[in-house]
Design a protein around this ligand. Structure first.
Ligand code: ADP
Ligand code: MG
Length: 208
């Protein structure tokens, strides 16, 4: 029996097993509108990685119109973060589904706060590197306003944009400090192709 455990149902005696992920796991971080989705699309095409956007996983859950989906909808419409255990479960399921074929995993928009990072590494496995797209708040707001004209995302409306940028800014330093050795900062004010050139410099060393 481990010290501090009353019996063998104690979580310390039975830690949740991590997944055996043998390919790179890359977290893709940056403010809303910094170009994560755009760059992930290009990475998938070149490197055959599987792109998992927590936003998309959550929106799929909402579209499934279950009770849990409806609860998530209300939270997302307020520009807030959904509970960690829901997000990690959705991510874990998606990784398991792609474990055989993926050459790597891009985790887009996660972790959004410090505890999510800890949970990910406990339940799934260690992150290999972190791509962090840096942009000014003005650029984020400008790109999101443009995207709002073309998309049907309910959280891209003007009122919620500032809230989402603020939520991101409030948490980002905690994440960056915690993983400073693995963070690759990329100037995402540049054009899509210039940003992708920087992305490739960081990913080429991870694949053979
Ligand atoms: P995120 O996934 O980080 O929220 P997106 O990839 O959806 O961001 O990009 C947000 C908007 O900005 C989209 O309309 C996209 O076409 C545009 N965009 C993305 N990257 C760039 C860039 N480097 N320069 C100019 N516009 C960009
Ligand atoms: Mg996105």
């Amino acid at each position: 029996m481990l010290p501090g455990c009353a019996d063998d149902t104690c979580p310390k005696a039975n830690p949740t097993p991590r997944l055996a992920v043998k390919v790179p796991i890359v977290w893709v971080l940056g403010g809303p509108g910094s170009g994560k989705g755009t760059q992930c699309g290009k990475i998938v095409a070149k490197y055959d990685f599987v792109h998992l956007s927590t936003g998309d996983l959550l929106r799929n859950e909402v579209a499934s119109e279950t009770q849990r989906g409806r609860e998530l909808q209300h939270i997302m419409d307020r520009g807030e973060l959904v509970p960690n255990d829901v997000v990690i479960e959705l991510l874990k399921e998606a990784i398991v589904k792609n474990l055989q074929k993926a050459k790597g995993f891009l985790i887009d928009g996660y972790p959004r706060e410090k505890h999510q990072g800890i949970l990910f590494e406990q339940k799934i496995g260690p992150v290999t590197c972190i791509l962090f797209f840096e942009t000014s708040d003005e650029t984020l707001a400008y790109r999101l306003r443009n995207r709002a004209r073309k998309s049907f995302r309910s959280d891209d409306n003007v009122n919620i944009i500032q809230r989402r940028i603020k939520t991101f800014n409030a948490e980002k330093d905690l994440i960056l400090d915690q993983y400073s050795a693995k963070v690759k900062k990329i100037d995402a004010e540049k054009s899509v192709d210039e940003v992708f050139a920087d992305v490739q410099r960081h990913l080429d060393v991870l694949v053979d």
